[in-house]
Design a binder for this molecule. Sequence first.
Ligand SMILES: CC(C)(COP(=O)(O)OP(=O)(O)OC[C@H]1O[C@@H](n2cnc3c(N)ncnc32)[C@H](O)[C@@H]1OP(=O)(O)O)[C@@H](O)C(=O)NCCC(=O)NCCS
Length: 171
Amino acid sequence: MLQERFAFRTIDPSNMEEVDHTIYMEDVCMPPGEGCTREEILDRVYAAPEFFLLAVDKATGEIAGYVNGVATNESVIRDEFFSEGGKLHDPDGSTIMLVSLVVMPQYRGLGLGREIMRVYAEREKAKGRKRMVLTCVEKNIKMYEKFGYHLLGVSQSVYGGAVWYDMDIFL
Ligand SMILES: CC(C)(COP(=O)(O)OP(=O)(O)OC[C@H]1O[C@@H](n2cnc3c(N)ncnc32)[C@H](O)[C@@H]1OP(=O)(O)O)[C@@H](O)C(=O)NCCC(=O)NCCS
């Protein structure tokens, strides 16, 4: 049903309206200080567009949600993956550092967040990727456990002044 309603595709970095809309979505969806800035998002969009997956409402063309990350051979997320992820991106890395997942409020509760994560994992597994890593605040741990992620413990990341937890999944 979600596959019928939504198209899952890579962001188009040459479409500034599309890129700007993802920046707007981050502002709408993330609590102040926890979301990525315009510069951080642009850095990743241009360095690693194929690692930025959109879910687009086929009926309206609206971007309903997205997840994005970069590839690396490092094992856990440090703050620089948020602030300069594009520069750290190694297209041949075996691990994906996921740095942002959002679903617009009007599309929540449909299972879209789970489906975006599932499609992303399948794509990366097909490319030979071994593992995906993310950090989240405490209230989201249960959700990622439902997606199959394992809790590793408190992260070294202090991005936005929050306490973050490391989680990972093997593909
Ligand atoms: C978190 C977010 C992406 C979830 O998107 P969504 O499309 O509503 O999620 P889904 O409908 O796929 O939910 C999947 C499961 O997770 C659960 N879930 C969703 N959000 C949750 C949360 N914050 N805490 C715990 N469980 C949650 C759902 O109840 C559902 O469980 P079920 O299958 O047992 O019913 C969305 O609420 C969002 O964009 N929030 C703001 C940004 C954010 O916090 N992103 C995560 C950054 S670490």
